[in-house]
Ligand binder design. Structure first.
Ligand code: HDD
Length: 711
């Protein structure tokens, strides 16, 4: 056992200086407030506080003469501007964030001594950043990619960062391969193409040579990689972590975030079109949802494995390319997270937030997962160049609620004016402060879990990490037929963009054939390659034939159509009463109907009233909506039927399997037949059926009929 200092602070002694301030749960928000600057009512000044009289003109020798170097006001302004940008993140550069809170469902003391999981009354502030991985800061939101799901919990005992993704596994098993993987997926070095996607030679070259990536690539080719909304994604801590209770008993855990909004995706055609028509589709969606009070919510849960059961699985818990099927170990809910506040300033908050898997609190600890171990180094290291030095924890968004006195001093951008004479320990000059806190059941110092390690120093992968295909197969075989088709199409699309035939063939023969021969044959056919007859390795297979939890069709959500966007198509001559009826009925379900006209100008209803519209059908195309509604009105139906823009809107919505309410004439004119989600009329029964169809996200039964409609 490590030796403990006996002169550690008593809780009372240290109050206000060292122990966590447990009473002040809102301290983070208050400290953030203190740093928010509102210029309303204030004079324009220089950074030195001098009032500025003229912000329009440089100081010049004469009104047509040369500018003068002495113009400190112009120089200060331009100098600051010249340095406005900081390096973007090497991965996960494109992202968006939101504030919120975490609340535990109960006291989970049997599992962990972490304070934020002990008290259902306690509100822990959080900041979340969602991201894509491959693209730069300005890339599209809806590209096929993994989504980052990083949560910073500002707990009373220090910051806890759960830096996860929307997929439960990863591409590689060892951190030393991360630069290789990232170089392969990033745009090709000679022309910096493609932006935001993995459909290119270097990515497929790498993953076809590295079979440990097979499972994660399967997830990346699934609908999980094109989420409908950041609000509709699951989140995963990926690695196995440890939770430790006050008695020192540890359990292995996998962290899960389950969205109340359900798990839903875009269709590939929508995702591609949105990447051009609204690059900001997902950040806009999150921002608008919070703005309108439609706060997204997730449940935090854990799969718990007692230490004694570490070796009972047919995979290694330390292998980050494996998940624990939920059918083997169900997810135990711990608490909820609600996002209820948009950032005030994107740069200060979203860009400057610095996550690190190494930010943990007492009651949580790491495992020896070699990917996690490497991450513990990488994140702090990257912030040094991204945020300009080791004081990035003092930036408001990164500052913990808990006090953080220590003897670290100086360095670039030091904000703290440290008082006291001793910046070393032990000291007698400052009474020995700040002092260590011994570990304790509550409010103790951090103590690493004591794990016995008795081994050779060695560069070697454990044999227990050797099965790369069983879980990839389990994933494919757990998908619905529709999801399987989407996966086949995604592989075919991406490999179709690969120029080198040898890479395409290697992926089909040496990776896909080991996962599932039907999958390999279907992709091979689309690429014009021969279907492989057998795999290249013996795959042992999983204990389970299927894991229904892996299919997102089994995660419909619990909030109905709350926050779903519905397009209401108007043209001159529309029946205003019908519009009113439909809009009210949708609002009663907390959906977000938007009135769209042929242009942004108001529409003239049949009764002569002017109806202002929210946007034009061109400005907000059908791909931005979850459903489409056409109110009654003979003249308006005729006008929509005569408009190429309106016809394309409706047909595209139909093709994308969206719920539609149409007038009979319009449906007939477009050659569309009624189905479970194509409804006629505007009465309550029609609305009820429409709501049900939107709840189902897509009218999957329509797939065959929609095939024939041009995209
Ligand atoms: Fe990472 C950013 C998630 C493996 C090195 N990573 C980053 C972000 C997320 C993840 C969500 C964005 C955080 C933010 O919003 O600011 N990374 C993961 C997951 C991984 C993973 C779930 C595997 C399970 N990452 C990983 C490895 C390494 C890194 C193995 C290096 C050895 N990741 C980084 C980084 C980044 C980063 C280069 C870029 C910006 C940053 O850290 O702050 O250090």
């Amino acid at each position: 056992m490590p030796s403990k200092k006996t002169d550690a602070p008593k809780q009372s002694e240290a109050a206000g200086t060292q122990t966590p301030d447990r009473a002040n749960t809102n301290a983070k928000l208050q400290s953030l407030e203190a740093d928010r600057s509102d210029a309303t009512g204030h004079a324009l000044r220089t950074n030195q506080g001098v009032r500025i009289a003229d912000n329009q003109n440089t100081l010049k020798a004469g009104d047509r003469g040369p500018s003068l170097l002495e113009d400190f006001i112009m120089r200060e302004k331009i100098t600051h501007f010249d340095h406005e940008r900081i390096p973007e993140r090497i991965v996960h550069a494109r992202g968006t964030g939101a504030h919120g809170f975490f609340q535990s469902y109960g006291n989970h003391a049997e599992l962990t001594k972490a304070g934020f999981l002990q008290d259902p009354e306690k509100i822990t502030p959080v900041f979340v950043r969602f991201s894509t991985v491959q693209g730069p800061r300005g890339s599209g939101d809806t590209v096929r990619d993994v989504r980052g799901f990083a949560v910073k919990f500002y707990t009373d005992e220090g910051n806890f960062d759960l830096v996860g993704n929307n997929m439960p596994v990863f591409f590689i098993q060892d951190a030393i391969k991360f630069p290789d993987f990232v170089h392969a997926v990033k745009p090709e070095p000679h022309n910096e193409i493609p932006t935001g996607g993995s459909a290119h030679d270097t990515f497929w070259d790498f993953v076809s040579l590295v079979p440990e990536s097979a499972h994660m690539v399967m997830w990346a080719m699934s609908d999980r990689a094109i989420p409908r909304s950041l609000r509709m994604m699951e989140g995963f801590g990926v690695h196995t972590f440890r939770l430790i209770n006050a008695e020192g008993v540890a359990s292995f855990v996998k962290f899960h975030w389950k969205p109340k909004q359900g798990v839903h995706s875009l269709l590939w055609d929508e995702a591609q079109k949105l990447a051009g028509k609204d690059t900001d589709f997902q950040r806009r969606d999150l921002c608008e949802a919070i703005e309108t009070g439609d706060y997204p919510e997730w449940e935090l849960g854990v799969q718990i494995v007692p230490e004694a059961d570490e070796h009972t699985f047919d995979f290694d818990l330390l292998d980050p390319t494996k998940l624990i099927p939920e059918e083997l170990v169900p997810v135990t809910p711990l608490g909820k997270m609600v996002l209820n506040r948009n950032p005030d300033n994107f740069f200060a908050e979203v860009e400057q937030v610095a996550f690190c898997p190494g930010h943990i609190v007492p009651g949580i600890d790491f495992t020896n997962d070699p990917l996690l171990q490497g991450r513990l180094f990488s994140y702090t290291d990257t912030q040094l160049s991204r945020l300009g030095g080791p004081n990035f924890h003092q930036i408001p968004i990164n500052r913990p609620v808990a006090p953080n006195h220590n003897n670290q001093r100086d360095a670039l951008h030091q904000h703290v004016v440290h008082k006291g004479r001793a910046s070393y320990e032990p000291n007698s000059i400052d009474g020995g402060w700040p002092k260590e806190t011994p570990p304790a059941a509550q409010d103790g110092g951090f103590e690493s879990y004591q794990e016995r390690v008795d081994a050779y120093k060695i560069r070697q992968r454990s044999e227990s990490f050797g099965d790369h295909f069983s879980q990839a197969r389990l994933f494919f075989q757990s998908m619905s037929p529709t999801e399987q088709q989407h996966i086949i199409k995604a592989y075919s699309f991406e490999l179709g963009k690969v120029e080198r035939e040898a890479i395409r063939a290697r992926e089909v023969n040496e990776i896909l054939a080991n996962i599932d021969l039907k999958l390999a044959a279907a992709v091979a056919a689309n690429l014009g390659l021969p279907a492989p007859k057998a795999g290249t390795v013996q795959v042992k297979g999983s204990k389970l034939a299927e894991s229904p939890a892996l299919s997102q069709m089994n995660h419909p959500g619990v909030v109905g159509i709350k926050g779903r966007k519905i397009a209401v198509l108007l043209a001159n001559g529309v029946d205003a009463a019908s519009v009113d009826r439909l809009v009210k009925a949708l609002e009663a379900h907390s959906a977000r109907p938007m009135l769209l006209g042929p242009t942004s100008a108001p529409v003239k209803a049949a009764d002569g009233k002017q109806l202002p519209v929210d946007a034009s059908m061109e400005g907000m195309p059908s791909i931005m909506f979850d459903g489409i509604v056409v109110p009654a009105g003979k003249a308006s139906t005729d006008a929509l039927a005569a408009s190429g823009l309106a016809k394309h809107f409706v047909l595209e919505g139909y093709k994308h399997l969206k719920a539609l309410v149409l007038t009979k004439e319009l449906a007939t004119g477009l050659g569309l037949k009624e189905d479970k989600g194509l409804l006629l009329g505007d009465d309550q029964k029609t609305v009820d059926a429409f709501v049900k169809a939107v709840e189902g996200h897509r009218v999957w039964e329509r797939e065959a009929a929609a095939e024939a409609v041009p995209a």
